[in-house]
Design a protein around this ligand. Structure first.
Ligand code: IMP
Ligand code: ZN
Length: 352
């Protein structure tokens, strides 16, 4: 049974801006996938890091490899994407930017293009079901795959941005941060920016990436994923903080992901507080809600309880996040109106 606080955060309208498709697959969807592929002998502890457990970042990336084995056809992608969208809608998310790395699977004939096409199809089918959620898509570049694939992915993202009437809004740079150098991908990222794609870049997710972050911040990106080690107190640099603040670049913060992946030692040590206290734009996100066994409502609740923030403070964080989306100006306006409409029933008071 949900208690009052759980219910408050579930019912609070929310924006999710950092969600990797294959990291967001729930237990029930994994069960459907394992039933389709029993020969893989995949058990649930191989696809999720549950309560109380922690893994090294390297072990987290092994989990994605297992999920990718389970999700290797267009049929799988369609089911997974629709389930993930419905589950975010059930958690009170009204606007979702889903991201995923187009994958080619020689064995099943899936191509990078058919991968993206299938995600778009899932978004449009969910739209036809009348779910109370707007969904946009960011195409992910996996830093491990190098420059050629990055350029190909940017081209794909550009094509789909033009052909989907604005469903594809941007490009994400992600993948194991300990592999490769983001600087090698700069021309691809710059090309994406020049053609009108918004950029959300995973940055300073692990220590000792000051040089790489300097280069990425020079583009500059429209949002930053994690940014755990940007500030000088944790081995980053004041020059990085200055660039982030000067350009007012919002940070996507995913507390449970960082704690379970052990890049942050505890919830209370999370860099949320550093940026929040500065009054810098931050948005609470899940990263991989399936893998890390969390939900966006739970992340909001954790931030409130860890840092002693009120329900009003949390409302304000959720409301401001609308401005950090890559949605069109008219959709942002629509979302603002929606938030104000929903506010009285949530607080059961008359709004100011
Ligand atoms: P997919 O892109 O939908 O297949 O989602 C899984 C992929 O997202 C992983 O293989 C990584 O490339 C990326 N990813 C998920 N979580 C993280 C993270 O915390 N840091 C960097 N990359 C991540
Ligand atoms: Zn991420």
């Amino acid at each position: 049974m949900e208690n009052e606080v759980d219910l408050f955060y579930r019912q609070m309208p929310k924006v999710e801006l950092h969600a990797h498709l294959n990291g967001s697959v729930s237990f029930s969807t994994i069960e459907k996938l394992t039933a389709r592929k029993p020969h893989l002998n995949i058990e649930h502890n191989m696809t999720a890091i549950c309560s109380g457990q922690r893994r090294t970042l390297d072990e987290c990336f092994q989990v994605f490899k297992v999920i990718h084995q389970l999700v290797d056809t267009e049929e799988d992608i369609l089911m997974v994407a629709k389930d993930v969208i419905r589950q975010f809608a059930d958690d009170g998310v009204k606007y979702l930017e889903l991201r995923s790395t187009p994958r080619e699977e020689k064995n099943t004939g899936m191509t990078r293009r058919s991968y993206v096409q299938t995600v778009i199809e899932a978004i449009s089918q969910c739209g036809n079901e009348g779910l109370d959620i707007e969904v946009r898509f960011l195409v992910s570049v996996d830093r491990r795959h190098g420059f050629e694939v990055a350029m190909e992915t940017v081209k794909l993202a550009e094509d789909f941005m033009l052909s989907t009437d604005g469903l594809v809004v941007g490009l994400d740079l992600s993948g194991d941060p300990t592999v490769g150098h983001g600087g090698d991908l700069l021309p691809a990222l710059q090309k994406a920016k020049n053609c009108g794609l918004k950029l959300s870049l995973h940055m300073s997710e692990v220590p000792s990436q000051v040089d790489e972050s300097e280069l990425l911040l020079n583009i500059p990106p429209d949002r930053i994923g994690h940014g755990t080690f940007l500030h000088p107190e944790v081995g980053g640099a004041q020059s990085l903080v200055d660039k982030v603040t000067m350009n007012n670049i919002p940070l996507e913060l995913c507390l449970t992901s960082n704690v379970k992946g052990q890049t942050v030692s505890s919830y209370s040590n999370h860099h949320f507080l550093y940026w929040y206290n500065k009054g810098h734009p931050v948005v609470i996100c899940t990263d991989d809600r399936g893998v890390f066994c969390t939900e966006l409502s739970r992340e909001y609740q954790l931030v409130a309880s860890t840092f002693g923030l009120s329900q009003e403070d949390m409302w304000s964080l959720s409301h401001k996040a609308i401005d950090y989306t890559f949605a069109s100006a008219s959709l942002k306006e629509q979302l603002h109106r929606r938030w104000l409409e929903l506010r009285p029933s949530l607080f059961q008071t008359v709004p100011n």
